[in-house]
Design a binder for this molecule. Sequence first.
Ligand code: GLY
Length: 560
Amino acid sequence: MRAFSRLLLFIIIFIYFPVQTGAQEYAKNGMVVAPEPIASQVGIEILKKDGNAIDAAVAVGFALAVTYPTAGNLGGGGFMVIHLADGTDVSLDFRERAPLNAFKEMYLDEDGSFNSDLSLSGWTASGVPGTVDGLVKLHNRYGKLPFNELIQPAIDLAAKGFNLPFWQAESFNSNRDEFFKNDAAKLIFTKETGEFKIGDLFIQTDLAKTLKLIQQNGREGFYSGRVAELMVLQSQKNGGYFTKEDFENYESVFREPVRGNYRGFEIVSMPPPSSGGICLVQSLNILENFNFSKEEWGSSDYIHHLIEALKYVYADRSKHIGDPDYYNVPTDYLISKEYANEISQKIGEHAVRSSEISPSQILIDESEETTHYSVVDRWGNAVSATVTLNSSYGNKIVVDGAGFLMNNEMDDFSAKPGTPNQFGLIGSEANSIAPGKRMLSSITPVIIKKNDEIFLILGSPGGSKIITSVLQVVLNVIDFKMNLQTAVNLPRIHHQWLPDSLYSEEFGLPEDVKTELIQKGHFIGSETVLGRIQAIMYNNKKNIYVGASDPRGFGKAIGY
Ligand code: GLY
């Protein structure tokens, strides 16, 4: 019976998914894997012009603000891990910051209860955007081609338009009621005459003008002058907190990446204010204490060990990780092998209740709409980039006259530390709100190296599920020796300590595995989509790049 369900699962995965998405892409000179095909093509054209991976990443970042407005952005932020051919690894934090007028209790009602409407909707929900500063700074430091050439494709796509794919038309249509609440959003993302259809030409004139200002003036085209004035005015008019000082003071930051090693591979990922790198390395360190054969993939024993490790990781995340400029994050301790060994010894045959692991810690509920892209060039430079507006289309407010959507990233703060939020979860001091502070993230861009050479570049959207999605693809490749597309396609699970409940994907848990997990003491929760990975692998024996875009999304790997 067990063998039969496993067989059924493999039939579903290997027959259904490849039919849906096609095979992985192979190329010698470079690869771009982005969440939608036009942006991937923009990146490849830059590489073909002899631009490096950094140039391509900048061009893709701006293109996604036009072609993938659900998460690609000018009004949001993100994180990147960069590897240079000379061996340098660095990360770039262009996370949004709390406005200088923000304060700890800003989302509490008079009776002290948390009001999530204020942290999720309207201008009160927006942090100071970081994407433009980040992309400009990245190019200034490591770019090769002139900046104006990198932003030009985005300007053209906005000014001349592009034909909507089916999924994008449907996505606009399904958010119609929300876009109707904001006049500027309504004008762009809804159609007077009904619904968007596949093939409709989608033009964004105001966005093209904003991109042109950035082309002409660099970061100042966004953080001072007309665009900044529009954001400040519209925020102030609608109860928001922005002042012009917020924009003058915003700075993205190059940070030393978090590093770990796992079974001989070097992990390079994002440090705080994202929890991604620490949680990924901590999970791998714990799991290094266990071994699973190829045949055990998907077994209840394997999933049980994953879940138990994740409970400890997410418990620590909740208590110890926040903006390092405001809070002393114990990174070295959390990613040490000794600490991981201690945790691994607590993992037995039966599930430990989450409440027994850490009774007084948090979880922050995070929205799922973020997006990732991976780039590599022929010199061996690589970029792993994740950008976000937080919710899908952020707060769904377009800056009137500037044509771009604003984020609602303030909801990633812990609005009321120590007290249950609307989901019955409690938050921690490490991630409490303060002026200028960056909100905690789960974004996990990662570059994995073997003998100082790039091996794997990947990342994912998915809020708190980003870490577990990335982790399982890494395990699939390193432990189970899967080819990249299979590693990306296979169903994933998710556990985040609280709630004490196992998320899985449709067709992801055969009935016998589910029964065995319940016998081990696990609570089976709901089915949902877990992440959308965009990944590149380097095969050094064949000297070839392999690209894989996740069938859960609409992206594409393009190489040359
Ligand atoms: N807003 C999702 C994250 O940054 O983790």
